[in-house]
Design a protein around this ligand. Structure first.
Ligand code: AMP
Ligand code: GLY
Length: 421
C-alpha cells in the first residue's frame, strides 16, 4: 500500500510515524515533508496547497491513499478534486472545510444548529466594526473571517488594542484584501480543551482529549502561538463533561452537517472552553490539531490507517478505536523570537543522544542540509513522551528537551498540570 501525507509540521511527522508503526511495509511519501519525516517517508517536492499538483503526484507514484494534514489545501478543495478523480483522500470537502476557513460560516452554522458558543456580531467594514466595538464591554474577541495561520484572533483588552487590530485588518489588509468580514464576540473565561473526533458524517469516534498551551511563555503569558505543548488526557476532563460535549456540541454538529448535505470525512476538531455555565464551542478545525496529534497518536493502539479507510468508506460505525491508558506530554522546542521573527538554518545537536524508548521526537520546522539537521521554522521539534502518569511523561520529555541544543532554543517549562518553571 502506498500512502501520501500532505504537510510539513510536527502533526504530519506524527501521522507518518503512526502509519509506519501500523504498516512497516507501506510505501510512504510526503509533500513536502521535513528533516525528520524524510527518515520515515520519501519527501517529494511540490506545492502542497495545489490540489491539481498533488493529484499529479498521486497518479505518478500510484498512491492508494492521501492524508491531508493542514487546513490550507482542504480549504482549496483538495478533497473535492481528488474525489472527482476517484482518488482516496482523508479530509473534508471544501464546504466542510469552511467550518475552519470562515469564522462567519462557522458561527452561523453553530447558531442555526443551536450549538452553545459565545454571542457574536458580524461586521463588514471598518466603520461598522468601530461602531459595534463602541457599544461593547471589554475584553471582547475579534476574529478575522478567513484563514490567518493562527494570527486571525485577538482577545482585545481595551478599545485601543481593538482599534489597532481592526485597522490592521481593514486598512492595512494584513490578512489580504479579499475577505474583510470580522466576527466580534463575547469573551468567555474558563479552561480550554481540544476534543478531536474521526467522522464520516454519520458516526463519530472521539480521540482522547488533549490540552494545548497556546501562549508562548510559561503561565500562559505572551502572544498566542500555534501551540507550545500539549498533554493528554486533559486534567479538567471527566465523563460527565464528555457526555455534555457529545450531546450539546458533537451530535448537533453531525446533524447539522447531514442536514446541510456536507459529506464530511476526516477529523473534526472542537476547540472548547469549559465555562462555569458548561462547555462552549470556540472554534472548529477541520483537521488534526498541532501539537495535539503529537500526544494523541502515541496513545492510539488501533491502526490509524484502518480508521482512516473506514472514514473514507463511510463505515466508521463498524470501526473500533483503542487507546493506551498511558499519559502523554509533548514539549515544543521553538526558535528564539517565535511567534515573531526568528532565524533559520541553525544546526540542531543532540538528537542522537535521546535513547529513552518512551520518547519520540517529532520534527516540525527542520530540514536536512549537508548531512546536518537545521532549523527551518518557528516550531522546530515536538518532544513527546509516554508515561504511567503525566508527571513521569513530562519528566522524560523535559530530560530529552534539555539534551537537544540549538541557538535560541525556547520552550515552556510548564507543560504538565501543576508544573512550574
Ligand atoms: P479560535 O481560532 O477561534 O479558536 O481562537 C483562537 C484562540 O483565541 C482560542 O484558542 C482562545 O484561546 C481564544 N478565543 C477565541 N474565542 C474566544 C472567546 N470567545 N473567548 C475567549 N477566548 C477566545
Ligand atoms: N493546536 C491548535 C491547532 O491545531 O489549531
Amino acid at each position: 500500500m502506498k500512502i501520501l501525507v500532505i504537510g510539513s509540521g510536527g502533526r504530519e511527522h506524527a501521522i507518518v510515524w503512526k502509519i509506519r508503526k501500523d504498516n512497516p511495509d507501506a510505501g510512504l511519501f510526503a509533500v513536502p515533508g521535513n528533516g525528520g519525516i524524510c527518515d520515515d517517508a520519501e519527501c517529494l517536492q511540490g506545492n502542497a496547497n495545489s490540489p491539481e499538483q498533488t493529484a499529479g503526484i498521486v497518479l505518478d507514484k500510484k498512491i492508494d491513499l492521501t492524508v491531508v494534514g493542514p487546513e490550507v489545501p482542504l480549504a482549496a478543495g483538495i478533497s473535492d478534486v481528488f474525489r472527482q478523480k476517484g482518488m482516496k483522500v482523508f479530509g473534508p470537502v471544501k464546504k466542510g472545510a469552511m467550518l475552519e476557513s470562515s469564522k462567519c460560516f462557522a458561527k452561523d452554522f453553530m447558531k442555526r444548529n443551536k450549538i452553545p458558543t459565545a454571542d457574536f456580531t458580524v461586521s463588514y467594514s471598518f466603520e461598522e466594526c468601530m461602531k459595534i466595538l463602541g457599544n461593547r464591554k471589554f475584553p471582547c474577541v475579534i476574529k478575522f473571517d478567513g484563514l490567518a495561520a493562527g494570527k486571525g484572533v485577538q482577545v482585545s483588552m481595551d478599545m485601543e488594542e481593538a482599534r489597532d487590530f481592526v485597522t490592521g485588518i481593514y486598512k492595512d489588509k494584513i490578512f489580504g484584501a479579499e475577505n474583510q468580514k470580522v466576527v466580534i464576540e463575547d469573551c468567555l473565561s474558563g479552561t480550554e480543551m481540544s476534543y478531536l473526533a474521526f467522522t464520516d458524517t454519520k458516526t463519530f469516534l472521539p480521540m482522547v482529549p488533549a490540552k494545548d498551551h497556546k501562549r508562548v511563555f510559561d503561565g500562559d503569558r505572551g502572544p498566542n502561538t500555534g501551540g507550545m505543548g500539549c498533554y493528554s488526557p486533559s486534567d479538567t476532563f471527566n465523563s460527565g463533561m464528555e457526555k455534555t460535549i457529545r450531546e450539546d456540541i458533537v451530535l448537533p454538529t453531525l446533524k447539522g452537517l447531514q442536514k446541510e448535505n456536507i459529506d464530511y470525512r476526516g477529523v473534526l476538531y472542537f476547540g472548547i472552553m469549559l465555562t462555569e455555565k458548561g462547555p462552549r464551542l470556540l472554534e472548529y478545525n477541520v483537521r488534526f490539531g498541532d501539537p495535539e496529534t503529537q500526544v494523541i497518536l502515541p496513545r492510539m493502539e488501533s491502526s490509524l490507517t484502518d480508521i482512516m479507510e473506514a472514514v473514507i468508506e463511510g463505515s466508521l460505525e463498524k470501526a473500533d478505536v483503542r487507546w493506551s491508558e498511558k499519559k502523554s506530554v509533548c514539549v515544543i522546542l521553538a526558535s528564539g523570537g517565535y511567534p515573531g521573527e526568528y532565524k533559520t538554518g541553525i544546526e540542531i545537536k543532540g538528537l542522537a543522544e535521546i535513547k529513552d524508548t518512551d520518547v519520540t521526537i517529532f520534527h516540525a520546522g527542520t530540514k536536512k542540509e549537508n548531512g546536518r539537521v537545521v532549523t527551518a521554522g518557528g516550531r522546530v521539534l515536538g518532544i513527546t513522551s509516554l508515561g504511567d502518569d503525566i508527571e513521569k511523561a513530562a519528566g522524560n520529555a523535559y530530560r530529552a528537551a534539555e539534551k537537544i541544543e540549538f541557538e535560541g532554543k525556547h520552550y515552556r517549562k510548564d507543560i504538565c498540570p501543576g508544573r512550574k518553571d
